[in-house]
Design a protein around this ligand. Structure first.
Ligand SMILES: Nc1ncnc2c1ncn2[C@@H]1O[C@H](COP(=O)(O)OP(=O)(O)OP(=O)(O)O)[C@@H](O)[C@H]1O
Length: 223
């Protein structure tokens, strides 16, 4: 199993002093290699859920078991290392480092996880169709190309789980299908599980498994 959530609770503190319950998930599982779309209303907690799964945000309670490890039991540096090694993340706004080339952006992520494999980084850039643009910085690449770099970077450490938050939202229509297909095919080739947040019915319709957050998240329920 690549992902198991157990009795997850997460609230935010409100500026006025109250608390806003956002997540209350009894159980959620994603078997290894599965691809699922996560949909739900704006403000429903989808990004919070991805952040909890990746260990960027800690839940108030519950277990987040990724590839057999409950990451809520790891101290922060160990959690950061675990994320770098096992979880690939593709953001809506790419999060590429502007001063570095496409190749360097991928290598830096590898270094953080402890193994810079230049040959594999090049192979991934070839795989996403950027073999001839490896030495370009993000500003010298089109938006679609930047997102393809971020897909290659997310695959660089051979993750077990890929999280994607609206990965096609910033990309023009012509590139949307291209990026989505690339992400899905690459995950399939490497047997990586994929959980992809989308607002697009067109995108979610392509997934066999579509998870409506409100179907398994009951933030308002008492304990
Ligand atoms: N750091 C924070 N502090 C306080 N409240 C927050 C924080 N982050 C998110 N929220 C609130 O938590 C709720 C869930 O936000 P989240 O971003 O997870 O929703 P979402 O489903 O991803 O929304 P969208 O589809 O609009 O991106 C929202 O009401 C948001 O205002």
């Amino acid at each position: 199993m690549s992902l198991q959530l157990r009795k997850i609770r997460k609230s935010y503190r409100e500026p006025g002093g109250g608390t806003l319950p956002v997540l209350n998930i009894d159980s959620f599982e994603l078997p290894q290699g599965t691809q699922a779309a996560l949909i739900g209303q704006s403000g429903g907690g989808k990004t919070t859920l991805l952040n909890v799964i990746s260990g960027i945000t800690m839940p108030d309670a519950g277990e987040v078991i990724v590839d057999g490890t409950d990451i809520t039991r790891l101290v922060e540096p160990a959690r950061d290392r675990f994320r770098a090694e096992r979880i690939g993340i593709v953001f809506q706004t790419f999060h590429l480092l502007p001063a570095f080339s496409a190749l360097e952006n991928i290598l830096l992520g590898m270094v953080f996880a402890g193994r810079a494999d230049r040959a594999y980084a090049r192979q991934l850039l070839e795989r996403v169709g950027l073999g001839k643009r490896m030495n370009h910085r993000p500003s010298q690449l089109s938006v679609g190309e930047q997102q393809r770099v971020s897909v290659a970077r997310a695959l660089a450490n051979r993750p077990r789980l890929m999280l994607a938050d609206e990965p096609t939202a910033s990309v023009d229509v012509a590139n949307q299908a291209n990026i989505l297909n690339l992400l899905r095919q690459a995950c399939q080739e490497h047997n990586v599980s994929l959980l992809l947040v989308t607002h697009s019915a067109e995108v979610s319709a392509q997934f066999d498994r579509v998870e409506q957050l409100s179907a398994f998240n009951r933030p308002g329920d008492a304990k």
